[in-house]
Design a protein around this ligand. Structure first.
Ligand code: MRU
Length: 374
C-alpha cells in the first residue's frame, strides 16, 4: 500500500540486506518505524509484543521465523529436532490466530525432508515469500468479492453514503496488503462509491484508533472513530448499513474468534437486522475445530495493557495510569461470535453463509475430520 507516496508492506525480505523487515506497529500512528528481524528471538518478540499483529501478518511472520531458525541453526546442520523445537516456540507466541500455526507448518513441511543445509535455508526463505504473496492475492480477491455487497447496498441507497462499521484493525496493517475487512472498503472507495467507516477504538490497545484510522486516512477513506460502546447506538439509529470484521480463527462450522468486543457488535447487528460479515482468507479457517466457544484458545494478555494507556505528549511517547494502581484488570484479547450471528463469510473463493456445508462447498479439498457424532 502507499504511505505518503511510498509503496510499503507490513513485512518483506530485503534482498540487498538479506534481512526480514517489518513495520513496528506499536509506534503507529505517530511514527513509521522499520525494524529488522534477524533471529527467532526477534520474531517471537515481535509477535508477542505486537510489533506485528493481525492473523495473516502473524502467519507470514511465523513463516519467516522458521527461515530465521534455519539460518541461525547452532551447528549449521539444521537438525530436525532443533527446527521442531523452534517451530513450537514460534507457534506458542500467540495462541488464538490459527494463521501462525499455518504459516510455520507450511515452511516446516517443505524443508524437513531437505538434507542440504544451504538448500533448506533458501527454500524456507522462498516459501515464506510465496506465502506472503499468496496472502496478498487472497486479500485482493476478498476485496473483489466483498465489493459486490457494498455495490448492492450503494444501489439500494441510490448512491447515498454506504455506512460500514468495523472493529479492531483488519486492514492491510493486519495483513500484507489490502487487508481483509478493509479490502472491500478500499475496492469500493477506489471505484468511486461513496463510503464512510465507523472505526471502533478497540480498547485496550486501540487498534481502531491507532491503526485503522491511520491506514484509512492515508488512503483517503472517510472515517469516524467511535468508542467501543457506540456501535449499538449507531445501529439502533440506522447509521450503519453493514458490519465487516476480520477473524483470528474461524471453525469449520463457522464460529468466529476475533478481537474482544466483536461478539457484542454481532449481537447488536442481529437485533437491528444489519448484515454482519466476516472477511477472511482460507488460512484463517481451522478445519479441525467445530465448536468455537469450547475449542478456540483465547489469549489473555498483560493486565497493564488495560491499566495504562499509551499516547504522545509534547516530549514524545508516554504511558499513563488510568485506574487505581491496586485494582485488578483481566485482559481477554478475543471473543467468539457463534456462527448463527454471522450473515456471511467473504473469502478469496467467494461469499458463503456461515454453515459448515456452505464453507466446505467453497473449500471442498479441506479434510473433514471424523466428527464425534459421525
Ligand atoms: O490482537 P490483534 O491486534 O492481533 O488482533 C487482530 C484482530 O483481531 C483482527 O481483527 C484479526 O486478526 C483479523 S486481521 C485481518
Amino acid at each position: 500500500m502507499k504511505v505518503d507516496g511510498r509503496d510499503i508492506r507490513t513485512i518483506w525480505f530485503d534482498e540487498h540486506e538479506k534481512t526480514v523487515k517489518i513495520i513496528d506497529q506499536r509506534k503507529l500512528p505517530h511514527e513509521l518505524v522499520i525494524v529488522d528481524l534477524k533471529t527467532v528471538d526477534d520474531a517471537v518478540k515481535a509477535i508477542k509484543d505486537m510489533y506485528v499483529r493481525g492473523a495473516p501478518l502473524i502467519g507470514v511472520t511465523g513463516a519467516y521465523a522458521v527461515y530465521l531458525a534455519a539460518l541461525n541453526a547452532p551447528d549449521g546442520q539444521i537438525e530436525t529436532q532443533y527446527l521442531q523445537r523452534e517451530a513450537h516456540r514460534i507457534k506458542s507466541a500467540r495462541p488464538t490466530a490459527v494463521n501462525l500455526t499455518w504459516g510455520v507448518d507450511m515452511v516446516l513441511s517443505k524443508i524437513l525432508s531437505i538434507s542440504d543445509p544451504a538448500k533448506k535455508i533458501d527454500t524456507a526463505q522462498k516459501i515464506s515469500g510465496e506465502i506472503a504473496e499468496l496472502e496478498v492475492e487472497n486479500c485482493r480477491k476478498i476485496g473483489e468479492q466483498g465489493l459486490s455487497i457494498i455495490e448492492r447496498i450503494s444501489r439500494q441507497k441510490k448512491g447515498n453514503t454506504v455506512q460500514v462499521l468495523t472493529h479492531c484493525n483488519a486492514g492491510w496493517l493486519a495483513c500484507i496488503e489490502h487487508g481483509t475487512a478493509t479490502a472491500p472498503i478500499y475496492a469500493a472507495f477506489d471505484k468511486g462509491i461513496d463510503i464512510h467507516v465507523w472505526v471502533d477504538e478497540t480498547r485496550p490497545l486501540n487498534q481502531g484508533t491507532r491503526l485503522t484510522a491511520w491506514e484509512l486516512g492515508k488512503h483517503g477513506v472517510n472515517h469516524t472513530i467511535v468508542t467501543d460502546n457506540a456501535g449499538g447506538h449507531l445501529m439502533q439509529h440506522a447509521m450503519v448499513d453493514m458490519v465487516i470484521v476480520g477473524t483470528d480463527r474461524t471453525t469449520a462450522a463457522g464460529d468466529v474468534a476475533n478481537k474482544i468486543g466483536t461478539y457484542l457488535k454481532a449481537l447488536a447487528a442481529w437485533d437491528n437486522n444489519i448484515p454482519f460479515y466476516v472477511a477472511l482468507p482460507s488460512s484463517t479457517f481451522d478445519w479441525d475445530l467445530r465448536d468455537g466457544l469450547k475449542d478456540i484458545p483465547i489469549e489473555q494478555r498483560d493486565p497493564d495493557e488495560i491499566k495504562y494507556v499509551q499516547g504522545l505528549d509534547r516530549d514524545g511517547s508516554t504511558s499513563v495510569l488510568i485506574c487505581p494502581q491496586t485494582s485488578q484488570a483481566a485482559n481477554f484479547a478475543f471473543d467468539v461470535t457463534p456462527a448463527k450471528f454471522v450473515t456471511g463469510f467473504i473469502t478469496e473463493r467467494g461469499i458463503c453463509r456461515a454453515t459448515e456445508e456452505d464453507i466446505r462447498r467453497l473449500f471442498p479439498e479441506k479434510d473433514r475430520r471424523q466428527r464425534p457424532e459421525d
